[in-house]
Design a protein around this ligand. Sequence first.
Ligand code: AMP
Ligand code: GLY
Length: 422
Amino acid sequence: MRVLVVGNGAREDALSWRIAQSPSCEAIFAAPGNAGTASRGENWDIAATDGKRLTQRALAEHVDLVVLGPETAIAAGVGDRMRDAGLAVFGPNRSGGRLESSKIFAKRFMERHGIPTARAAVVHSFDAARKALDEWSGAVVVKADGLAAGKGVVVAAGAGAARDVLTAWYGHNAIPGGGSDVVLEERLEGREVSVFALCDGRAIVPIGSACDYKRAGDGDTGPNTGGMGAYSPPAGFPDDLDDMVRERILAPLLRGLLAEAEEYVGVLYCGLMWGVDGPRVIEFNARFGDPEAQVLLPRFAGDFAALLKSVADGAMDLSLARVSNRHCVGVVLATQDYPRSNTALVGLNADVSLAEGCRAFWGGSQLSDGSVSTGGGRVLTVTALGDDLAEARARAYASVKELAGRLGTDALTYRTDIAQLP
Ligand code: AMP
Ligand code: GLY
């Protein structure tokens, strides 16, 4: 198989690596790709959202499978265009992608189909928001409707603080992601966990789960980020986590998709809050998580590319590859000012090879003349496998220290408490 991975982050580096390891993969391409994907296949200089050029090039290169990494590609309709041209695509069309790209669509869908989630009010103006808040008691989670790269959600302690957020958003016509639509919802209590399910349009099955660390600083302090680290499998959740998610979330979701003739092909990321009464959905994403993919994919054994192709073909065959019971920990190395701003770095050592079972994935970056340049932000995810969580964690941090000395920069920082259990 000739496989194209669309996107340029560490998630896409991990996808490209796992796919390239698959017995059925003959050639791997990435668009636009990064320093990691460049080391194992050709990078095409085409934006992840440029459906037209991606389709032309994929047809010309006889690509057998396209894997959509980022939500921006899905929301731009890259999947629709490529499917229309006859390509096999892993990743939903724009319409199914609304489970992620519109929080209002997702909330209404969950309400229609009895999927447990936070109670919410949808508002389209500041006046309507103020009215809803007049009757609110307790904390309020304020969410912009559209895609906002993690910047569209504020957890406010009460109605007053929520009003301040909305005054700023509506007053400056600056709702993250654009538009004028906002969801106000109750704050859920519990522990967060991300569950990944494959859907071929007919069946939906959980394939693995992970815990992500969203805050910038140790001890869950500082601003929200795209994710500073992750580990898989999650610790401290019920043994029947997958069964409960299947029964309470995935089964009604699939019934809803079928009833509404909403075709969904790809991975569904369920961001869950696990409380005393079990899981409730915080959000859906229409793609793998970043950095969750970096800790999930090293655990896969078998022919991962063939598994994704079977999903894209509408005939999912889970015997092709499955998650092992090994543990994986991933630590993100980011520039010190992330997420407030991004400092570009040049001349980084391109050799990020590590001991067996340990692997570093590049975020957005370019490889040229043997060194790496990056726009900053989340630069690398360093991952390690182990027979238990403690071993994986120790190996991941040993690798982080080794790489930090080798990269040729002291501009990177990382959390020291990823996968450290209380
Ligand atoms: P989202 O983009 O919807 O995943 O929200 C980003 C983060 O905000 C989540 O990972 C949670 O940590 C937090 N969050 C969002 N909605 C809620 C909620 N209803 N209750 C508690 N925390 C929430
Ligand atoms: N790690 C969170 C996300 O990928 O959205």
